[in-house]
Design a protein around this ligand. Sequence first.
Ligand code: KG4
Ligand code: ZN
Length: 352
Amino acid sequence: MKTCTILGLETSCDETAAAVVVNGRDVRSNLVSSQVKLHAKYGGVVPEIAARAHIEQVAPLVEAALAEAGIGYRDLDALAVTAGPGLVSSLLIGVTAARTLALTCDLPLVPVDHIEAHATSAALAHDPPPWPAVALVVSGGHTSLYLVRDYCDIALLGQTVDDAAGEAFDKVAAILELGYPGGPVIDRVAREGNPRAVRFPRTWIDTPHFNFSFSGLKTAVLYHVYGAGQKYGSVAHLTPRQVADVAASFQAALVETLVAKTVAAARHAGLTNVVVGGGVAANSALRSDLQSACDAAGLRLHLTPLEYCTDNAAMIAAVGYQRFLRGETADLRLEPHAGLLRPRRKGDKVAK
Ligand code: KG4
Ligand code: ZN
């Protein structure tokens, strides 16, 4: 069988990424240039700074991804690029680079939806999940449950109505003055704390729908640390042990909610396979608690390997392969879109 080698490009937020993937699963290179240091002093992603860094990084990263894979432009069969959702000024850089390569190397161009890539990234694991599956997508910008009937056939079951899980991690880390991005540092600090020290709210944990809300949890942490009605101050009045207890208790509330809703969604859909992807899927408590809950419920959990949880281009090339097989290429007028590329439920507005 002829092999299909795809170069994936990802620039939807603050990571510039390029990867070479053969036949949608065999990752030959997977490079990520993180901008974390550039944004850290602002406590979040600054779109102008992100776009400028993408401009500087994208060409050298493509060259490095090809070199690591031991191939040249002529060995590529197609280009896959994240075209949305994300920051338009960031997406524009990857899309422009992909359009330019498509033109100069005469390669097909495949637009990829970033969330679809997170929803199916578990397929990059050694033992890929069979579809259909229920997918939990937990990232900095999204927290959703999907029914993945097959590659490229995804329906929304529920999503956050306010903050995304990763956003909650980042904001709580800011409240606790732990730095940015908050997810990895809370994950680490929480190991020293007691997850039962403070009982934070588990919003909608038992309600029969699959939406999430995390802004109340974030406010509960803020009021616990500074007193009701207060704004951010300094956490100097807390001991390191108390900070760890708050971090662990926050993480426990958030993880318990994600786990309960995911198991309930799988039961509701009558499915036994569960997949999880997105930056927050790297969280150690989520990974172990979801595993225990799935074991207890007789569900099979397929975790996305750690290197493919946070933003990367291997997952973009993997979805690009599936779309390419289905003949879904774009012409050189491809444009980035801040919102969804494809509908996930009736009435969704999508890019034209
Ligand atoms: O998927 P991602 O790289 O970018 C988006 O598409 O948003 O996710 C980034 C988010 C950030 O909010 C970051 O704090 C969170 O993922 N994150 C984590 C962990 N590692 C990254 N959250 C919890 N625990 C982690 N270990
Ligand atoms: Zn992402």
